[in-house]
Ligand binder design. Structure first.
Ligand SMILES: Cc1cc2nc3c(=O)[nH]c(=O)nc-3n(C[C@H](O)[C@H](O)[C@H](O)COP(=O)(O)OP(=O)(O)OC[C@H]3O[C@@H](n4cnc5c(N)ncnc54)[C@H](O)[C@@H]3O)c2cc1C
Length: 490
């Protein structure tokens, strides 16, 4: 079979490498090979420490997902994860070691130290480098600097993609297409994501007829450095003992949650935003972390570049958009609702994250479900998930919208706190909006507009607060909700 894989983060590289053993594989990617969020990942990759820990990792992931994660998907993630990570070790990823074997870090809401990391805080770059080398060794046709514009469907089956390549439109035909284009944090003005995280594959899949799900669940990372560009300060730093304080030195999070700084991400992010909004500074104090500069060399450099020596002084932090829990609805083998169209990695909604992702589970998700997509390519089985509908949108309007206006609407109304009035106002404007032009930046803005319209509707529909979705017009924030029978779809 001829397979087109779109995207070259951990998910796309893993699919391309594995599928190339049995199929003709074309790997298409927007920038250079290995671009995307993967290479920016710092903290590491979660994997159960031993057989007994599989069940604990499963429970931690379900708890973080606030009752909305799919237990079957989480079981797959936690039980297959250690095997896939062992394969990464076999490929040569240089995970850090200590005297006991692999060094294991801890992050929020993990009840054990189970995060493998490489080069201290450059885990994603180490994984990306290794997978890029493996793809280069494999028989994979790589097309770099090619922009996925549309997925086309013939007789109900995905049959290829249309690309923008060097100013031309190029059509590539295939027996199956795999979307591994990552998330869309670039919708927001403050994000930890690279600028290319514009949800192109998710929007194209939706236009091709695929159902999306869980778009209302957007994870805001609590601790981006409060400087332009919002570089992420990994949760692993708090895992090693750093605290969050205000200008008076008060650890305000201990009043908010029994786990203090290691409470779930949404809790910490909202507490920081509220504290800042009430006029306080919020600082991350890592000065007491033993061997800080050695354990986190990349972050030490980033802080110094912005004028902070974090080994000696607390540094200012603020929440920023970080991760999309929702995406293209898939079954447990990455099949979308459109035959022949698969999704994997952050672009997919497999159900492992529910309403809130457990730290360091996303690199793992990309690896585990990449292997499952390749298994599925061997079979002709159709979608095997629960029934899921696709949200229809009316045609967009004709009033031009620029990226900065879209970003402001997203931050104000689709951000850490939402309410019905704001969401309705957002929908009213977004539905009149139009993105003219056919350059890559224009197409990216159009994709973000589609996703913003769908996200606003999903957020309006979910009237109760749960996990990362906080409605301040709801009576209370519930930590857990029972899973609906059908996937909540967009
Ligand atoms: C700063 C940062 C730190 C993080 N730290 C961690 C961590 O420690 N542990 C963890 O588990 N997760 C972490 N995450 C999340 C994790 O990195 C991502 O969720 C994960 O890497 C996504 O992998 P992916 O392969 O799905 O997508 P990506 O790695 O984002 O790759 C997407 C690919 O698709 C390509 N692409 C996009 N659009 C198009 C298009 N139109 N046409 C062609 N190609 C396209 C991109 O160029 C890119 O190659 C972090 C994220 C960020 C931003």
């Amino acid at each position: 079979m001829r397979i087109i894989v779109v995207g070259s983060g951990i998910a796309g590289l893993s699919v391309a490498m594995r599928a190339s053993a049995h199929h003709e594989v074309v790997l298409v990617t927007k920038g250079a090979l290995g671009g995307g969020s993967t290479a920016w990942a710092q903290g590491g990759i979660a994997a159960a420490v031993d057989d007994a820990d599989v069940a604990v990792h499963f429970e931690d992931t379900l708890a973080a997902g606030a009752g909305l994660a799919d237990p079957d998907a989480v079981r797959v993630l936690c039980s297959e994860g250690p095997h896939r990570v062992a394969e990464l070790v076999g490929l040569g990823v240089p995970f850090d070691r200590d005297r006991a074997g692999f060094a294991r870090g801890r992050e929020a809401a993990h009840s054990r130290r189970r995060i493998l990391h490489a080069d201290g805080d450059a885990t994603g770059a180490a994984i990306s480098r290794t997978l890029v080398a493996a793809v280069r060794r494999a028989t994979v046709q790589v097309i770099e600097h090619a922009f996925l514009d549309e997925v086309f469907v013939v007789d109900g089956r995905a049959s290829g993609v249309r690309l923008l390549l060097g100013g031309d439109e190029v059509v590539l035909r295939a027996d199956a297409a795999v979307i591994a284009t990552g998330g869309w944090g670039a919708l927001y003005p403050h994000t930890t994501n690279p600028p290319g995280a514009t949800g192109d594959g998710v929007a194209a899949a939706w236009r091709a007829g695929a159902a999306l799900a869980d778009l209302e669940f957007v994870q805001f990372h609590p601790t981006a450095l409060a400087v332009p560009g919002r570089p992420l300060v990994s949760e692993a730093v708090r895992g090693e003992g750093a605290t969050l304080i205000d200008e008076r030195g008060r650890r305000f999070l201990v009043d908010t949650h029994p786990d203090g700084e290691l409470a779930p991400r949404d809790v910490v992010a909202r507490a920081i935003a509220a504290h800042r909004a009430s006029g306080h500074e919020v600082l991350l104090d890592a000065t007491g972390v033993p061997g800080l500069a050695r354990r986190f060399p990349g972050l030490t450099t980033v802080c110094l570049e912005h004028g902070y020596d974090w080994t000696r002084e607390p540094v200012p932090v603020t929440p920023a958009a970080h991760y999309a829990m929702g995406g293209i609805a898939t079954d447990l083998h990455g099949r979308s609702t459109v035959p022949g169209l698969y999704a994997v990695g952050e672009a997919a909604r497999t159900g492992v994250h529910g309403a809130n992702r457990l730290a360091s589970n996303s690199l793992l998700e990309g690896l585990v479900f990449a292997a499952r997509v390749v298994e599925a390519l061997e079979s002709a089985d159709p979608w095997r998930g629960p029934p899921v509908a696709r949200e229809q949108l009316r045609e967009a309007g004709d009033i031009p919208i620029e990226r900065h206006e879209l970003a402001a609407i997203a931050w104000d109304h689709l951000g850490l706190e939402r309410d019905a009035v704001g969401l309705r106002a957002a929908i009213a404007r977004l539905d009149t909006a139009h993105v003219a032009g056919s350059t890559v930046p224009d197409r990216e803005t159009r994709n973000l507009l589609d996703l913003a319209r769908l996200t606003a509707r999903a957020a309006l529909r979910r009237e109760r607060s749960v996990g990362a979705h906080h409605r301040h017009d709801a009576a209370a924030h519930i930590r857990s909700e029972s899973r609906p029978l059908e996937v909540a779809a967009c």
